[in-house]
Ligand binder design. Structure first.
Ligand code: PLP
Length: 430
């Protein structure tokens, strides 16, 4: 499969190149030259296939020929090394739990897949590749865990000092080996600005090979389609019409689901459930796309004012607004509504959600008000223990720390404090 830059369709590269450089030289996001159609038979017979077989068949033509099939199969197997349980709340709603991986966020799926692809491409490369990534919390942990010990790759994570939860900080500062954490005196936007500056610094790029592990990287973005397909396999025979409600920030996760739909996955509609960061919901109402600075909320992994993957969604719909609007609803909710949703999920279903999943539930409920038939699958993107202070306070209970998080809790933090781009550059060139 070839990938083109969204800034210039003539600028085509291989999957390998797209993964290795992250972003096209003209700053465009990469997009597959065509979306393979899996065919009706694939979906009719999926119940008899394993999750790994389904995922492998779906991603195969998006990757081949640069990774041999047997190696790709192993990569998919290792990526899906944990469960994706579905909890049915009632006839209207189910919850798809995506947090059973090593760092308890859905980002484990993309990070594990990308780390293994990059590790394969880089195995005989004498020069290290540096993965540079900014995190507001969950990305850093998932990328750190996914890339730990991968040969030929150095990972440098920038996070805003004092603005990620204690557990999240431990997840990215305690691993050692090839994982380095830089604690930035500033906000998440500052971290992202530093990363962007590094990617346009020709002097730096002459010295080291840089790539990104945010969802702009196709190897992190595309494997997120796996669990939508797994959910379809498990629910498709029970309900005639399925809809997904996806807690959204950068819109990478939901966009991967929409790619699966283009491949033939039988799903009626998508709901992007957002917090107070309402750039896209405003766009759907006004057709004016106006990015704005992010605002801080209790569902902080979705505090994004200019969602980087939205251009990919527009590309999928060939920029026709009407078709996009018929397939996607976008709703935005306040922190107060999110807390009420946490309480309602607990009171009505005895389900302890995290704030992101609670936003997903709000979007699902809003959609159901005007659509009676479909069954809505809500993606629960993180374990509630990752956001324990909000959840415990809102529900008046205490959450037991799962084993994955308990493990890092008492390890010593190792991070380098930085305050400027120059300091980060000096670290990278060391
Ligand atoms: C990253 C993240 C999101 C948002 O996902 P996008 O792909 O950026 O839309 C939602 N919930 C949690 C817990 C996250 O970590």
């Amino acid at each position: 499969m070839k990938y083109y830059s969204l800034n210039n369709t003539a600028q085509q590269v291989s999957f390998r190149e797209a993964v290795t450089v992250g972003l096209a030289p003209d700053k465009g996001l990469f997009f597959p030259e065509h979306i393979p159609f899996l065919g009706e038979a694939f979906f009719k017979t999926m119940a008899s296939k394993s999750d790994v077989e389904i995922a492998f068949e779906a991603i195969r033509s998006l990757v081949l020929p640069e990774i041999p099939e047997d190696i790709l199969y192993t990569i998919v197997e290792e990526t899906l090394d944990f469960d994706f349980p579905i909890i049915t709340l009632d006839k209207d709603f189910s919850i798809l739990e995506l947090f059973h991986g090593p760092t308890m966020a859905f980002k484990d799926v993309g990070a594990r897949f990308m780390a293994r692809c990059l590790g394969y491409f880089n195995q005989n490369n004498a020069n290290n590749v540096t993965v540079l990534v900014a995190t507001s919390g969950d990305t850093g942990g998932a990328v750190a865990d996914g890339f730990l010990g991968v040969q030929g790759i150095r990972v440098v994570i920038l996070y805003p000092k004092g603005k990620v939860s204690d557990i999240q900080e431990k997840q990215l500062t305690t691993l050692g080996q090839n994982i380095h954490a830089l604690e930035v005196n500033g906000t998440f936007d500052d971290c992202q600005a530093i990363v962007k500056q590094a990617f346009i610094d020709e002097d730096l790029k002459a010295k080291i090979q840089l790539t990104s592990a945010n969802s702009i990287n196709v190897a992190r973005w595309l494997p997120q389609m796996f669990y939508y397909l797994i959910a379809c396999k498990n629910l498709g025979h029970k309900y005639d019409k399925l809809v997904f409600s996806v807690p959204s920030g950068n819109f990478g996760n939901i966009c991967a689901g929409m790619v699966a739909q283009k491949m033939g996955m039988p799903v009626q509609h998508f709901i992007a459930s957002c917090n107070a960061n309402d750039t896209v919901s405003t766009y759907m109402k006004t057709t004016q796309y106006k990015p704005k600075p992010s605002v801080q909320t209790i569902s902080n992994a979705m505090d994004v004012g200019n969602p980087s993957n939205f251009v990919r969604i527009q590309e999928l719909y060939e920029k026709t607004f009407a078709t996009l609007a018929s397939n996607l609803s976008v709703h935005s909710f306040t922190d107060e509504e999110t807390k009420s949703a946490l309480q309602e999920l607990y009171a009505q279903y005895k389900y302890v959600a995290d704030p992101h999943g609670a936003v997903g539930y709000l979007g699902a409920k809003k959609y159901k008000k005007s659509h009676n038939d479909p069954h809505v699958v809500i993606l629960e993107t993180a374990h509630p223990a990752k956001f324990s202070s909000v959840v415990e306070h809102t529900l008046g209970l205490s959450i037991k720390l799962p084993e994955q998080l308990e493990k890092v809790k008492n390890k010593p933090k190792i991070a380098t404090e930085v305050s400027s781009y120059q300091e980060v550059k000096a670290f990278l060139c060391k």
